[in-house]
Design a protein around this ligand. Structure first.
Ligand SMILES: C[S@@+](CC[C@H](N)C(=O)[O-])C[C@H]1O[C@@H](n2cnc3c(N)ncnc32)[C@H](O)[C@@H]1O
Length: 214
């Protein structure tokens, strides 16, 4: 989903290199240098306006977090949140999460979050879905052996497609929720901007956690 371009976003990003990386390839294999403490790294691809990643980093100071977003306006909105919160365990990347193996060394990441990823409903656009096999291959490369993938969406079609894609890839499911908000998991669930919007409309939220077979 494209946001209207805000002219303040790029200058704000450029003025805050302590929080936003625009050339992430430079940190491949050395992301820990960007944080005050060396601890496991969790990343979100397509963080949008950044509510989820900011709240996760605030609640969980024992992990380092990176939110990746391709749109500068959304990154700028997420940056505003981090400028307020000033979390030492949160960094933002304005860039394409499709280039993950150029951004991270093999095994550098402990976990990946995909939240309400663009569904790309047309069959001919399936390759753009963030759970398409070429993306899974990149996740497998950068995720450590003990690492995991978490995926949430309101879109049943994308969810079914993603379960099949992960299964065909040989991934192992840890848990699957067909109505996350009506489950025990809801207690600690951190909502994204999209999640709040869709759940207010009464739509169930789907979630899967999975890992790559050893
Ligand atoms: C539907 S929005 C969801 C935003 C947020 N995760 C939420 O749940 O509120 C999907 C976001 O993913 C971003 N996105 C899509 N493909 C991406 C990619 N390859 N790399 C980084 N961001 C991407 C889009 O720009 C958009 O902001």
């Amino acid at each position: 989903m494209r946001l209207k371009n805000k002219p303040w976003a790029l200058p704000l990003i450029e003025a805050n290199p302590q929080y936003v990386v625009t050339e992430p390839q430079q940190y491949r294999g050395k992301w820990q240098e960007r944080f005050s403490q060396d601890q496991p790294l969790l990343i979100e691809i397509g963080m949008g306006k950044g509510r989820f990643i900011t709240e996760m980093a605030r609640r969980d100071p024992e992990h380092n977090y990176i939110g990746i977003e391709v749109q500068s306006t959304a990154t700028g909105i997420a940056l505003k949140k981090q400028l307020e919160a000033q979390l030492p365990n949160l960094q933002l990347v304005c860039g394409d999460g499709g280039d993950l193996t150029e951004m991270f060394a093999p095994g550098e990441v402990a976990g990946i979050f995909l939240n309400f990823s663009d569904p790309w409903p047309k069959k001919r656009h399936a390759k753009r879905r963030l759970t398409y096999k070429t993306f899974l291959k990149q996740y497998q490369t950068v995720i450590a052996e003990t690492g995991h993938l978490e995926f949430k969406t309101d879109n049943r079609g994308l969810f079914e497609y993603s379960l099949a894609s992960m299964n065909n890839y040989g991934m192992v499911f840890d848990q699957v929720w067909l109505d996350l908000h009506d489950s025990e998991e809801a207690v600690d669930n951190v909502m994204t901007e999209y999640e709040e919007k869709f759940s207010k409309k009464g739509q169930p939220i789907y979630k899967v956690t999975a890992h790559f077979a050893k």
